[in-house]
Design a protein around this ligand. Structure first.
Ligand SMILES: N[C@@H](CCC(=O)N[C@@H](CS)C(=O)NCC(=O)O)C(=O)O
Length: 214
């Protein structure tokens, strides 16, 4: 166990939630500093020296300071989750990386753009055509996940890996946004499985009403 980990980022950020969920799954001690959103601070020079994007999360572990949520999750899994979140066999890990990278390039941009338009943008500025297109793109991505989840309980096989974390961090927002959702039985079963984990419930199933544009 390490006691040197510091995480910067507000708990309402889905990208921070991936890291919180990973830290909890790995039972790691850490300190979290509220940065971003209503807390601000992410534009200050000291923070930008750690994350030049001025975004959350950022993580320090010993001498390492890093940013980019999926890379942070991958680092924590590789360092502290060998054989669990991080399969050691390159063949097994290839599929974990495949799902994690696909989540970053295809799944997250789709659902995130719904969230930004429905929650972060005031109603009068909402781009409904974009919302509709992003709902369609998200459903298409879910259908890809369903082909796998019909065969295995988790994205890369029989147990939870870091791929489930980076993708599963979007499920609460998807389930709670004001949109028409088609039935996606294997996604719902996967979500129910994740909800059995305290680390998921504590990190991801978090009220985001403070993020709503007024
Ligand atoms: N690709 C980056 C995106 C980071 C990002 O967009 N973070 C958002 C929150 S989810 C942010 O910092 N927003 C500004 C703020 O919270 O003040 C990552 O995955 O870490």
């Amino acid at each position: 166990m390490t006691s040197q980990i510091t995480l910067w980022g507000r708990k309402t950020s889905a990208n921070v939630q991936k890291v919180l969920w990973t830290l909890a799954e790995l039972d790691l001690d850490y300190v979290r500093v509220d940065i971003g959103g209503k807390f601000g601070g992410n534009d200050l020079p000291d923070y930008r020296a750690m994350n030049p994007n001025g975004l959350v999360p950022a993580l320090r572990d010993g001498d390492l300071i890093m940013w980019e949520s999926n890379a942070i999750v991958r680092y924590l899994a590789a360092s502290y989750g060998k054989g669990t979140l991080w399969p050691e066999s390159p063949v097994e890990r290839a599929l974990v990386d495949q799902w994690a990278d696909w989540s970053c390039s295809t799944f997250q941009p789709a659902w995130l753009n719904i969230f930004l338009n429905l929650v972060r943008v005031p109603a009068e500025k909402r781009d409904q055509a974009k919302v509709d297109a992003c709902v369609a793109a998200t459903v298409k991505a879910f259908e890809v996940m369903q082909t796998q989840l019909a065969r295995t309980p988790y994205l890369a096989g029989d147990r939870l890996t870091y791929a489930d974390i980076v993708a599963g961090a979007g499920l609460y927002r998807w389930e709670t946004m004001e949109i028409d959702r088609p039935a996606l039985p294997h996604i719902e079963a996967w979500h129910a499985r994740l909800k059995e984990r305290q680390a998921f419930r504590d990190s991801v199933e978090i009220d985001y009403s403070e993020l709503r544009a007024s």
